[in-house]
Design a protein around this ligand. Structure first.
Ligand code: FNR
Length: 357
């Protein structure tokens, strides 16, 4: 049926579950260990309530903002997710087209099914693409990759720092076990080799300077911050932005829901928020416009969504991505009007009750 009849982002997830081959569904949907962070990311939004204000002129809400200096029609972007090609032959290009049509930023994963070059060749005039990297133990390899992304015209470099080693993702391992024929005396599901992807376990804050030197002038975003103290350190060491994130619950189980980390920042270091040269993003569990508004009230400049765009592209390609953006836009407009604001910079902590967070 037509994509226009999809009503919410959760609908896309339900349809995708039926459409995807099991290995792809498990890969996309899995969390780490007992999936507590996966659940709590979304549930944290349920624990924050609004304090709407009325009798204000709420005609014509304006949802535009700037993300890393670039105009965005809406205060959210597409988080980098690996291997979009498992569920959709166009892979990340479906996202590129949908993001281009709706005027939002796409951040391409280091492990994308499509190359940065292919993705950039699909962009519209003025459309930007951010690029995410996991730095490697082989620093020269990482340096070459960052220089190449810079040369190709990536708009920003997102360094993911919560994945020094891969989390233990149980659904994915079970799916692997089902595909591996039982052999005498061999375990059904061999443990993944240690640090299979050879991610950089030696990375420290001082390396921000090294990364900056490889991509002069590009914003550097530190993705995967889970404690407010690390926001302060990211500022101190010259990052341009952070993503408060626990990798969609796929890495350290029981890592704080990012909304709680943002709340902690409000309590312990409010001066870190709304700095002119430093942005704060949040991702994980965001499924409705109201979730976005809550994060913005607590000082996020924008939010990222991962799985919803994969699921939207699964059935409908770029039309699905466009529809997902439209749904969030409508929800944001309704939410702002009913909250009593017309511009995103009017949002603040006075609009939310965080006593249950
Ligand atoms: C991810 N994420 C991710 N992050 C990253 O920096 N590089 C990557 O390659 C990937 N790959 C990836 C694959 C899949 C299937 C998922 C679901 C997630 C994490 C992603 O950027 C983001 O932090 C989460 O997806 C946000 O949570 P939600 O929106 O999926 O709940």
């Amino acid at each position: 049926f037509g994509v226009d009849s999809v009503v919410s982002l959760d609908d896309f997830e339900r349809y995708a579950k039926d459409l995807l081959i099991p290995a792809a569904w498990y890969y996309y949907s899995t969390g780490a260990d007992g999936e507590h962070s996966l659940f709590d990311n979304a549930d944290a939004y349920n624990r924050v309530h609004f304090r709407p204000r009325v009798m204000r002129n709420v005609t014509d809400p304006d949802l535009r903002t700037k993300i890393l200096g670039v105009e965005s029609t809406l205060p959210f972007y597409v988080s980098p997710t690996a291997r979009n090609g498992l569920g959709q032959p166009l892979g990340e290009i479906a996202v590129t087209r949908g993001a281009g049509a709706t005027g939002i930023l796409q951040v391409l994963s280091h492990y994308a099914s499509r190359s940065l070059e292919e993705v950039i060749s699909e962009t519209k005039e003025g459309q930007k693409v951010g690029w995410q990297i996991y730095t490697s133990m082989d620093r020269e390899k990482s340096a070459r990759e960052i220089r190449e992304a810079y040369r190709l015209g990536a708009q920003s470099i997102w360094v993911t720092v919560d994945t020094a080693i891969l989390g233990k993702r149980e659904k994915e391992r079970r799916a692997q076990a089902e595909r591996t024929p039982a052999a005498h005396g061999k375990p059904l599901s061999p443990p993944l080799p240690k640090n299979a992807y050879a991610h950089d376990t030696g990375l420290t804050w001082k390396d921000i300077d090294w990364i900056k030197s490889l991509a002069p002038g590009l914003p550097i975003v530190i993705k995967g911050v889970g404690a407010w103290e690390d926001v302060v350190l990211a500022q101190k060491y010259g990052a341009d932005a952070v993503v408060l994130s626990n990798h969609g619950g796929r890495q350290l189980d029981y890592a704080n829901p990012p909304l709680k980390t943002l709340h902690d920042l409000n309590v312990h270091s409010p001066s870190s928020i709304h700095q002119p040269d430093f942005q704060i993003f949040v991702d994980g569990g965001i499924r409705h416009g109201t979730d976005i508004l809550k994060a913005l009230c607590l000082g996020a400049n924008a939010v990222g969504l991962g799985r919803p765009f994969i699921y939207a592209a699964t059935g409908w390609g770029s039309d699905g991505v466009e529809r997902a953006v439209q749904i969030l836009k409508e929800e944001l407009e309704i939410g702002m009007i009913l909250l009593g604001v017309t511009r995103l910079d009017q949002l603040g902590p006075e609009y939310v009750d965080v006593s249950k967070l």
